[in-house]
Design a protein. Structure first.
Length: 260
């Protein structure tokens, strides 16, 4: 039986949605660092278009993830609000930068960032006890972190959770589980602002984003369920492994792009 090109395309969307959605729920990320490589390598999207489409899909996966974590008391709302304030502004800035930065430069940004974060997660110790206390510097620090994460969201098509989760664990006193749920809240306004900006420049494949986003949102609950029972140390190792593998893929693609 011959499969039509359209059917293959939608099957590819399902695959991207399943993988990205599961990791989104498991690691408390929007799934962009999984989605962008799959869109680029599996579906042949240009990296910039993959980033913009991924950010649109993240809106749905982040909402689903927040619901899953909130049900399990995995969101520190004071931190989430402060992060969101910064990410909203940062996402607009990042989306504008996406229009002017060359594609091969964006690939190398992925490589460096993923490598650094993979190492950071391997050295990160799991935290199961809250030690955060609200203070002016705590709030200002979270807004600053949200701003940087928002720029990442708009520029790279990621929710920023991949950077924010280890920072919340290491510097702001949140547990590993709470850090994941809290970071997902921040990604919702960042995804909205960044996507609206990208749509003005015709960068978003709305059909792909909508289909992948719905599938990923549904599957993300399986990731959240796993996160509830998975030891934090093992989750960190898996997280680091995924980031390292993705960094290698982007490095190979960037080198090939430069030679061609």
């Amino acid at each position: 039986m011959k499969v039509s090109p359209a059917a293959k395309q939608y099957l590819s969307y399902v695959l991207v949605g399943v993988v990205a959605g599961y990791f989104s729920g498991l690691f408390g990320i929007g799934g962009g660092f999984i989605m962008v490589p799959l869109l680029a390598f599996l579906l042949g999207f240009p990296v910039k278009r993959a980033a913009a489409t991924s950010l649109a899909a993240i809106f749905l996966t982040a909402i689903a993830g927040v619901i899953g974590y909130a049900i399990n008391d995995g969101v520190v709302w004071a931190a989430a609000i402060a992060l969101s304030a910064g990410s909203t502004v940062g996402s607009y800035m990042g989306a504008r930068l996406l229009q002017v930065i060359p594609q091969h430069v964006i690939m190398w940004i992925y490589v460096v960032l993923l490598t650094v974060l993979a190492v950071r997660m391997l050295w990160s110790s799991a935290s199961t006890a809250d030690s955060w206390v609200i203070s002016p510097w705590w709030v200002v620090g979270l807004i600053a972190v949200g701003l940087v994460a928002g720029v990442m969201a708009g520029l790279l098509g990621v929710g920023g959770g991949i950077m924010v989760v280890p920072i919340l664990i290491g510097f702001f006193g949140l547990t590993t589980f709470d850090s994941k749920g809290t970071s997902l809240v921040m990604q919702i306004p960042a995804a909205i602002v960044g996507t609206l900006t990208n749509m003005r420049f015709g960068m978003v494949d709305l059909k792909a984003a909508g289909f992948i986003g719905v599938v990923a949102a549904l599957v993300s609950y399986a990731g959240v369920a796993t996160a509830v029972i998975l030891p934090s140390v093992l989750a960190n190792i898996l997280f680091a492994g995924v980031m390292a593998y993705t960094a290698v893929q982007f490095a190979v693609r960037a080198l090939r792009s430069r030679r061609s």
